[in-house]
Ligand binder design. Structure first.
Ligand code: ADP
Ligand code: ZN
Ligand code: ZN
Length: 741
């Protein structure tokens, strides 16, 4: 039955795949309510805030069962029509509840009902009296001395985020300095203190572009005002960033805004400074390290148009824009653009859809484009722009394999590599070593009985961390003190098996005494600001050997690195993940890109037991693009993405049988739909079946045509909620999955 009354259809953050209907609050004239406003509504036994998506005249809910909305929070829609559309698209495409999509789009403070206003922000500077105090004289107050040193190094002032990058728990110390009259508080006029700092920073001049850069800027510039997807395919150091900067300049000159997305690890103070040096304009910066209030402030500035340039990580793709001009995605192949839990979207794909919906160009930049993007170029969806050479005088490094078969290895370091390191150090150059494993050793073994330290909650060994004397699980985070003796046989002969960065660091210290080594991985950068300090030491040339995990492989520019070595190339060659070889190739090229970026020629060596591996050979002799062609060919023959589309239905539970039972029933439902063009694979246990105490399994759905896949998913999902055992498992759907673990 249906009723003819005014109904508010509200998307509520809830795992249920539907919107909810409410009667409007009595005091509101429904005619003035526009989609995109927030509405506080009763929900179950509590209240929640949802987004009004539609005002309708019919509902299938019985009138007596309709609840009345409590309050409308906004006079104007919080979300513009185009963001509403984008959310709707994302909800349909990822088969994720609309209310939860909205929740991911909005800053926390807006989700909890705060008004979208810029609250006052502050920054702190030394007083004239403070500038006369030499920090090193404060020997009895080391925290004050450190904070004074930071403040005197930044006469333009620092806000709370910037202070947190330098020191932890600065608040109390700062109050002391203020009480002493050494520092004072200044109200920041906009989000970024630097943007309003006295104009000692005349805009940095743009560089004279080389021909390929000029062609790229012209092509993209011509597309302003229209949708077009560009793949800016430029080798590392080819000046992609300069292309972005000049495109942004054109965009700003048209009175439009630029949205720049970067990988999590790529949003460094150096990058932000580079933008600030060029454009003396307010920037809005959005990443996981900012406070809720700063996030709200950046959001408001982007929406009001006060911020001309918005730089952020994955979720910034949903930032509202007053006058959108261009979207740029740097390092588009980077895996951090894919959200791996909850609302599992790809920020890259959402960005392209957003640009399409609002009719502006989108630029995907990379030295190692994803196979998906190269496929999109081949099929004519993306327009390719190539920057084939390094900009300026930098030369391309030579890459060679180092055959370690039969070589005596000293802690994963072969003799020829050690000799090379010594040679480059003697020339006062920097050396970069890469190993994709943190900690001291991946396994702790009892030499007397064979006992191995295992995680109780995962199918995994515990990693030994010598520095902190801990055993740590890298999958669930469990940790415990290092055993002094074997729990099984009481022997004291426990041995570390295998190598992590910590162990290599120890070995290098012995091999190269007196050489400063900087280790960059998730352990050494755990504390706020630590990454910055380590990178500063790397950039200044103070440290001569840089050792790290993939944190070190991306985006950084170290002019004095002339030798880059990958210690464990073989790890990427043998894996049952079909994306492993693509990732390995990208990593090799990115690591290689760290060497010889300035005037000095670079050398790159890959330690391997398989110097003749065909894909490795192809990569080294013919380059990334020939490798990518071959890899695409393989994917085509194997019927894998990007030639097919995938969706992964995951389930996990505390009992081993439940996920399998649920997925078996899910498969039966899908089969009963009798659809053509889709194939079901599994269910099978996940490669790491037990993780964080849960048993996991998955069912893969594969289709040649995307429309067939979506047709199945939209018919299938409602059925899954009716499976009797569905409450015993946690299940989720991942459309276009990038990890099968
Ligand atoms: P990418 O982002 O492609 O890795 P960058 O934009 O960081 O490369 O540029 C690498 C280096 O080359 C930087 O030091 C940059 O200043 C320099 N560079 C870029 N374009 C030019 C140019 N047209 N002329 C001279 N140097 C340039
Ligand atoms: Zn033992
Ligand atoms: Zn674990």
């Amino acid at each position: 039955m249906s009723n003819h009354i005014t109904i508010l259809r509200v998307a509520v953050p809830s795992p249920l795949y539907c919107n909810f209907d409410y009667l409007p609050p009595a005091e509101y004239n429904p005619a003035t309510l526009l989609p995109g406003v927030r509405v506080r509504v009763p929900f179950g036994k509590t209240k929640t805030i949802g987004i009004l998506v539609e005002v309708v005249l019919h509902t299938t809910v019985e009138h007596s069962r309709l609840k009345t909305a409590l309050e409308v929070l906004d006079k104007q829609p919080l979300l513009s029509t185009d963001l509403l559309q984008l959310a709707q698209w994302a909800s349909n495409y990822y088969h994720h509840p609309l209310g939860e999509v909205f929740a991911s789009m909005l800053p926390t403070l807006l989700r909890s009902g705060k008004t979208p206003e810029i609250k006052r922000l502050y920054h702190w500077v030394l007083t004239p009296q403070g500038t006369t105090i030499a920090p090193e004289t404060l020997t009895r107050a080391p925290r004050q001395a450190a904070l004074m040193a930071v403040l005197s190094a930044h006469p333009e002032g620092l806000n709370s985020t910037q202070l947190s990058q330098h020191t932890d728990n600065w608040q109390g110390t700062l109050r002391t300095l203020i009480n002493k009259g050494w520092a004072h508080t200044v109200q920041t006029a906009s989000h970024s203190p630097r943007a309003t700092a006295p104009a000692n920073n005349a805009n940095e001049q743009r560089l004279a572009l080389n021909t390929p850069q000029q062609e790229a800027v012209t092509a993209i510039g011509d597309a302003l005002g229209n949708f077009r997807s560009f793949l800016l395919d430029g080798v590392t150091g080819s000046g992609k960033t300069e292309v972005y900067l000049q495109i942004i300049e054109k965009t700003l000159a048209c009175g439009l805004q630029a949205l720049v997305l970067v990988p999590e690890i790529g949003l460094t103070p150096q990058l932000i400074e580079r933008f600030q040096r060029r454009f003396n304009l307010p920037l809005a910066v959005l990443h996981s390290g900012i406070s809720d209030r700063e996030r709200l402030s950046a959001w408001v500035m982007a929406r009001s148009g006060q911020a001309s340039i918005i730089i952020g990580t994955r979720s910034a793709v949903f930032t509202p824009l007053h006058d959108p001009g261009v979207i740029i995605i740097d390092e588009e192949h980077d895996t951090s653009f894919k959200q791996q839990d909850g609302f599992r979207y790809s920020a890259r794909d959402v960005a392209v859809m957003r640009a399409h919906q609002i009719n502006i160009p989108v630029i995907l930049g990379s030295a190692t484009p994803s196979l998906e993007s190269l496929h999109n170029v081949n099929s004519g969806r993306y327009h390719s722009l190539k920057l084939p050479e390094r900009a300026g005088n930098a030369m391309r490094p030579s890459i060679e394999t180092l055959d370690v078969r039969h070589q005596p290895m000293d802690n994963n370091l072969s003799q020829p590599l050690l000799t090379l390191i010594a040679r480059h150090l003697a020339q006062h150059n920097q050396v970069l070593l890469f190993l994709n494993r943190r900690g001291y050793a991946p396994t702790l073994l009892c030499h007397d009985c064979g006992w191995v330290a295992e995680c109780r909650r995962c199918d995994a060994h515990l990693t030994l961390h010598q520095g902190s004397r801990l055993l740590q699980c890298h999958h669930c985070g469990t940790q415990r003190p290092l055993d002094k003796q074997c729990p099984a046989c009481k022997s004291a002969d426990l041995r570390a098996l295998g190598h992590g960065t910590e162990r290599i660091e120890d070995a290098l210290k012995i091999k190269f005494p007196g050489t400063l080594i900087t280790r960059i991985d998730r352990d050494s950068t755990r504390h706020k600001g630590a990454l910055q300090i380590l990178l500063d030491s790397a950039h200044s040339g103070a440290s001569q050997i840089l050792l790290g995990t993939q944190m070190l492989a991306k985006g950084h520019h170290f002019p004095d690195v002339t030798l880059a070595g990958i210690l464990d190339t073989d790890q990427g060659l043998f894996s049952n993940d079909f994306r492993a070889s693509e990732r390995m190739a990208q990593l090799i090229v990115q690591v290689a890109g760290r060497a010889g970026r300035a005037e000095k020629p670079g050398q790159v060596v890959l330690q391997t037991h398989h110097p003749d591996h065909p894909l490795l050979q192809l990569l080294l002799t013919q380059g990334y693009h020939r490798f990518a062609d071959a890899a695409l060919q393989e994917r085509c023959e194997a019927g894998l993405p990007p030639y097919t589309t995938l969706a992964l239905l995951r389930a996990e539970a505390s009992h081993r049988e439940y996920p399998q039972q649920f997925l078996n029933q899910a498969r039966d439902i899908a089969q009963s739909l009798n659809l053509v063009g889709v194939e079901l694979l599994g269910p099978v246990p996940a490669p790491m079946e037990k993780r964080a105490g849960y048993y996991r399994a998955h069912l893969l759905v594969q289709a040649t045509r995307r429309s067939d896949l979506h047709h199945l998913l939209s018919l299938w999902l409602p059925g899954l909620k009716k499976i009797p055992g569905q409450r015993k498992v946690r299940w989720s759907l991942d459309v276009d999955p990038t990890e099968m673990i």
